[in-house]
Write a protein that binds this ligand. Structure first.
Ligand code: 4AD
Ligand code: MG
Length: 482
């Protein structure tokens, strides 16, 4: 089954004899086949001298069909490609009925992203989605490379767990119930305590607490895996199943955490610019074209590649939550009553506020830190109360243009007594987190970490504006067929 990949064929010198295999993207004038095998964005042009070919074979060379072609690589006469293949033999590997193809997104014309989502099982075959998923692959690789090169260990955190890391209660239960014989309590309710072989469990919302166990032994670790949130939110930035990268570093404070977040994001964005240019250019041009059809106010200020470069060239703005509230309250939209949600010390910032800070005020990525303790998770380290006695924690969120929150992190509460008190304040029973508290009992150290939403990063580096378009199989409410 040997073949030359199209990405390599396009770089080869004329004169080589090759076998290429792929899917037909177009067949023009019974003479030019545009062949794609997914290895790269570009098609290889296959030239068919149709008089020398069996008509029966050529009739099956239709859009969507899979074929194998053997022939000589020659210098291309046409523009846009250096080489093409003169076909000697064509073998049909899998036909695709043109009438049926015409009803699908395989039909070569511009389809809306909504339609592509409806046919999500076929959208990999489109240029846009193959570009997005090649970039997604490269980003996953860059993330592992960054951490490996910086002395972090990859820790596999569990997917099934008894802990609710975020304490937000947005969990999917895991059960091995025999549906015909569901255990019930004496009152007749489903006995949830029985669901995982006699233990109450759920799908993980975050690998952080386990990463802390790793970091307080191995020094620097990171997790990279699927996480789950049972929030019924139908937004363009939320999924019920998303991938999260969670580094955790011992002997570190919030400043170290912010430094790591900024350095890491810049590294992976640079990696995309250095390694995915063909796909990026395609998505960049696509965005520019779409933008040109929109009213001025809805257009991106900078197109995709320039946006990415801009992030690399500028320091992220670091400001406290308290300062952000001041800026927002002095802003024009606030004074003109344009914000939908209230702006006062203690509220969780809404996306309209975050967007104002990033896109209008600072016009670059912003790291907000020292949030009110009341709106953040139990494990975040208490700061000294400010002059006005307000309580904050050493938390930080990285906000990106067009995305909003891309990273959420914090320095962790490492003081045993303080953490114990926080568990009590948050109604977290000690016997649920005894194993976590042990890290504070035995050689506790200052430590910090964060979570990067992988799909939000992919949105930033592809310019896609809906999170469903950057994950191969999006899990959103009522969307879990395959
Ligand atoms: O801010 P979050 O909830 O933080 C945590 O889970 C911490 N345990 C992380 C840590 O400190 N180790 O989530 C972190 C990031 C967010 O900034 C966002 O990018 C992404 O995960 N995220 C989501 N992405 C897609 N869909 C959702 N429903 C998401 N919820 C969070
Ligand atoms: Mg968050």
């Amino acid at each position: 089954m040997s073949r030359t990949k199209i990405i390599d064929a396009l770089k080869s010198a004329p004169g080589e004899r090759i076998t290429v295999k792929g899917w037909v993207r177009a067949f023009r004038s019974n003479r030019f086949i545009a062949l794609n095998d997914g290895s790269c964005l570009n098609n290889l042009q296959v030239v068919v001298d149709f008089e020398n070919f069996d008509e029966k074979i050529l009739k099956d060379v239709t859009v969507g069909a899979a074929i194998s072609v053997e022939g000589n690589l020659v210098e291309s006469q046409g523009k846009g490609q250096a080489v093409e293949v003169i076909a000697d033999t064509i073998e049909i590997l899998g036909t695709a009925n043109p009438d049926e193809v015409s009803k699908t997104i395989l039909q070569p014309k511009r389809h809306s992203l909504e339609l592509l989502r409806e046919q999500a099982h076929l959208r990999f075959r489109t240029q846009t989605f193959s570009a997005v998923f090649r970039i997604r692959h490269a980003m996953a690789f860059a993330i592992h490379k960054y951490f490996n090169d910086n002395g972090f260990f990859y820790l596999h955190s569990p997917i099934i767990t008894g802990s609710d890391a975020e304490g937000a209660g947005e969990m999917f239960r895991v059960t091995n119930f025999d549906l015909d014989n569901i255990p019930r309590t004496e009152e007749g309710h489903i006995d949830v305590k029985e669901d995982f072989f006699g233990k109450e469990t759920n799908l993980t919302v975050s690998g952080q607490l386990e990463a802390e166990l790793g970091a307080t032994a191995l020094g620097q670790v990171y997790t990279f895996g699927p996480t789950f949130r049972a929030e019924n939110s139908n937004t363009s930035r939320h999924l019920a199943e998303f991938w999260m990268i969670e580094p955790e570093i011992a002997f570190a404070d919030l400043d170290d955490d912010m430094d790591l977040g900024e350095d890491f994001l810049k590294y992976v964005i640079r990696y995309a610019l250095e390694n995915c240019m063909e796909d990026l250019q395609f998505l960049h041009d696509r965005e520019v074209k779409l933008d040109s059809q929109k009213p001025q106010a809805e257009r991106n200020e900078l197109p995709l590649i320039d946006r990415m470069k801009f992030v690399l060239e500028n320091d992220f703005e670091r400001i406290t939550y308290t300062r952000a509230i001041e800026i927002l309250r002095n802003s024009k939209p606030y004074k003109k009553n344009k914000f939908k949600f209230p702006v006062e010390w203690g509220v969780d910032l809404a996306s309209e506020h975050e967007r104002f800070l990033v896109e209008k005020h600072f016009k670059k990525p912003v790291i907000l830190y020292n949030y009110p303790a009341d709106i953040k998770a139990f494990y975040m380290r208490n700061n000294e109360p400010d002059e006005e006695g307000r309580k904050t924690v050493a938390a930080m969120d990285v906000l990106f243009p067009g995305i909003g929150e891309i990273i959420g992190g914090s320095q962790r509460e490492e003081r045993f007594d303080v953490l114990k008190q926080k568990c009590a304040d948050f109604n977290i029973p000690e016997d649920h987190v005894w194993w976590y508290l042990d890290t504070r009992r035995f050689g506790t150290v200052p430590h910090a970490g964060f979570g990067l939403g992988f799909e939000r990063l992919i949105m930033f580096v592809t310019g896609m504006t809906n999170i469903r378009d950057v994950i191969p199989f999006p899990r959103t409410p009522k969307n879990a067929e395959f």
